[in-house]
Design a protein around this ligand. Structure first.
Ligand code: NI
Length: 399
């Protein structure tokens, strides 16, 4: 089966590249992916798949029923772009100013379409059902995954069982094109936004003794005190980060402002620690401010949960990758402190989120995700669709 899938993957490669470029040229932001969704549905329908549009507003769910009995396996791609002005100069650059596929979701979408084309050709030998999830809004909280799940993306229907496994991939420019990276267990972080407003009293900067509390000084103490949350309260085996990237106080050289605001991000690889940390952040900020005669209001905007790859599913992906691409192309990857709403699918079904190398230093393809010159080495699209198809086929056979 590997030889056949590889041959099909090679055959459809030009079409997959064409699709990736078409999507790249027309990036659409979270929950506005109407034309992308239309392209996805138009590509899938001739393959004889059952295609549902309008899932989670702009998502598409397609179902392929195999010729043999077996489990349901879900494959996911995210389809949205980012609010970034593209700085590339190839002939398929974004035609939508201020919008760009700078996170490779164009490649994810084209790969999954390619996987559907391949599996449609070997449908009679597919055991079970393959569910293709084209998800809107990965880039913007609250994300599309939760709604996709709520609207039945992983559930059973008719005689079809619910998903027994779910797989997804993300491109990585720091990994060479042609490589597949896998990590079992803890993989990606929860990503929450932390906003602290310190309320003191405004006044003349020459007379701080005449006001109740200097909000700027208190905010500085709050930043320092909050560092103890990670360094002193976080279990040493749980990776976690708290950073403040914005400090704003609208006073002047000789004016103490009424308030000061801190904006930061809190990331963690463990959900229990995550919510304990939220409590500590609130407590430490509030009490530190009070010690200086000020008040602190803390708002934490919860982002995506930490992403945990099922160890068995990760081992399965690893074995499949070695079989499909060769051991020399399969690598272990480190923890990744980005957030991903694929984490929600992994709460519903065992699965694995793996990474696809798209970098090529010799060709200058090294720009990071979410940067204006990001792109992918399209050679990776020879591997990605076939590997996804193989993964689904092999998981079906495993029962
Ligand atoms: Ni992404």
């Amino acid at each position: 089966m590997i030889d056949r899938i590889q041959a099909f993957s090679e055959e459809i490669f030009p079409e997959v590249v064409r699709l990736r470029r078409a999507i790249h040229r027309n990036p659409e932001l979270a929950f506005e992916e109407y034309e992308t969704a239309r392209l996805v549905a138009e590509t899938l329908r001739p393959l004889g798949l059952d295609v549902r549009t309008g899932v989670a507003r702009t998502g598409v769910v397609a179902t392929l029923t195999g010729g043999r009995p077996g489990p349901t396996v879900a494959l996911r791609a995210d389809i949205d772009a980012l609010p970034i002005f593209e700085a590339n100069d190839f002939d398929f650059v974004s035609k939508n100013p201020g919008k760009m596929h700078a996170c490779g979701h164009d490649a994810h979408t084209a790969s999954l379409l390619g996987a559907a084309m391949i599996l449609a050709r070997v449908r009679d030998e597919v055991s079970g059902t393959v569910r293709f999830l084209f998800q809107p809004s990965e880039e913007k909280i609250p994300g599309g995954a939760k709604t996709m799940i709520a609207e039945g993306a992983l559930g059973g229907s008719g005689g079809t069982p619910g998903a027994a496994a779910v797989f997804g991939q993300h491109v990585r420019p720091d990994l060479r094109a042609g490589k597949i990276g896998v990590r079992a267990g803890m993989f990606m972080a929860s990503a929450d936004e932390v906003y602290v407003t310190v309320r003191g009293e405004g006044g003349h900067a020459a007379a701080p003794h005449e006001i109740a509390a200097d909000a700027v000084l208190v905010a500085a103490h709050v930043v320092v005190a909050l560092q103890s949350v990670v360094s002193r309260n976080c279990p040493p085996d749980v990776p976690s980060v708290l950073s403040f990237g914005r400090v704003a106080a609208e006073g002047a050289a000789n004016v103490l402002p009424v308030s000061a605001r801190l904006e930061g991000t809190f990331r963690a690889m463990d959900e229990r620690w995550r919510f304990r940390a939220h409590e500590l952040i609130r407590r430490v900020a509030a009490h530190t401010a009070r010690a200086f005669g000020a008040e602190a209001d803390v708002e934490i905007v919860a982002g995506y949960p930490a992403l945990f790859n099922d160890p068995e599913a990760a081992a399965f992906v690893r074995e499949a990758a070695v079989a499909y691409a060769g051991a020399e192309h399969v690598v272990d990857v480190d923890l990744w402190f980005a957030g991903e709403d694929f984490a929600y699918y992994l709460r519903e079904a065992p699965g694995c989120f793996y990474v696809l190398g798209v970098g090529n230093p010799e060709a200058g393809i090294t720009h990071g995700l979410h940067t204006p010159r990001f792109t992918v080495d399209e050679d990776a699209l020879r591997l990605a669709p076939g590997f996804m198809a193989y993964l689904a086929w092999r998981r079906g056979v495993a029962g």
